[in-house]
Design a protein around this ligand. Structure first.
Ligand code: DGL
Length: 270
């Protein structure tokens, strides 16, 4: 348990199976300039999206426990799949605020063009688990607009081949070519890894397609919860060791290099 008077100085934990959560971290770094972060990308067990609920919950629990060991004041589960499988368990288990993610269907429906299709790209686990099915139930009136697009293997492809690669382009063609493109108004990026594929998706579907992700909404929610618990950093602190600490999930120097490369990509676009 953190000391009540000094807890505001503690870092914020962010976890994902891999590079997807880095996009969420980049959003947090920009929006919360006084805060520092501990990021765990569980590359040793990635991808999560093809696993059973129990397996994902156990992996997310272990990753969260490692971050808790760093004395974090809040945890962002920057992974739709882990949120779907384990968010309630994580909230019960840890004493700090735990913020999760879900596919950004709400803004896509509220701001999208009526009658045009909304494609929800996510891992097979996210689309299969109850949490997403309950989200769909909330928008039962628009059910016919929503096309579920499970993308097995795509998160790993983002990590191994990279955004803009021929493998990613041909995956997206196989996904979208059978659909009627004229009908598609929006795509929901329901896996944090896919937020790195915006340019690829636009190249395949055209510039006019609206893309929705949950990164900014999640960080706004983090900020609200930190404020409510009086945990926002009160003054700019200096962090000689930098604002981001990356915890490896296995002994492999390449993992940290990969995560830092995606952090540069998310922050500067290069
Ligand atoms: N980035 C994750 C998500 O938001 C999961 C990717 C994976 O491990 O399959 O769902």
């Amino acid at each position: 348990m953190l000391d009540k008077d000094t807890a505001w100085q503690a870092p914020i934990g962010v976890l994902d199976s891999g590079v997807g959560g880095i996009g969420v971290l980049a959003e947090a770094l920009a929006r919360l300039p006084r805060e520092r972060f501990c990021f765990l990308g569980d590359l040793a067990h990635a991808p999560y999206g093809g696993r059973s609920r129990q397996e994902i919950a156990a992996l997310a629990g272990n990753a969260a426990q490692r971050l808790a060991g760093q004395g974090i004041k809040a945890l962002v589960v920057a992974c739709n799949t882990a949120t779907s499988a384990a968010i309630e368990e994580l909230r019960e288990r840890f004493p700090f605020p735990v913020i999760g993610m879900e596919p950004a269907l709400k803004p896509a429906i509220e701001h999208g063009q009526p009658r045009r299709k909304i494609v929800v790209m996510a891992t097979p686990a996210t689309l299969r688990l109850d949490k997403f099915q309950r989200l769909l139930d909330r928008y039962a009136d628009c059910r016919e607009q929503v096309l579920e697009a499970p993308c097995p293997g795509l998160s790993l492809m983002v990590e191994r081949e990279g955004p803009g690669s021929p493998a990613v382009r041909s995956y997206l063609h196989e996904l979208f070519d059978p659909m009627d493109r004229e009908e598609i108004g929006a795509v929901v990026l329901g896996c944090t890894h896919y937020t790195f594929l915006k340019a690829d998706i636009r190249a395949v579907l055209g510039e006019q397609v609206a893309l929705y992700d949950g990164n900014a909404g999640t960080i706004r929610q983090l900020e609200r919860q930190l404020a409510a618990a009086d945990l926002l950093a009160r003054e700019p602190l200096s962090f000689p060791e930098g604002r981001v600490r990356i915890l490896p999930s296995r002994e492999n120097a390449q993992d940290e290099a990969l995560l830092r490369r995606f952090l540069d990509l998310a922050r500067t676009g290069t």
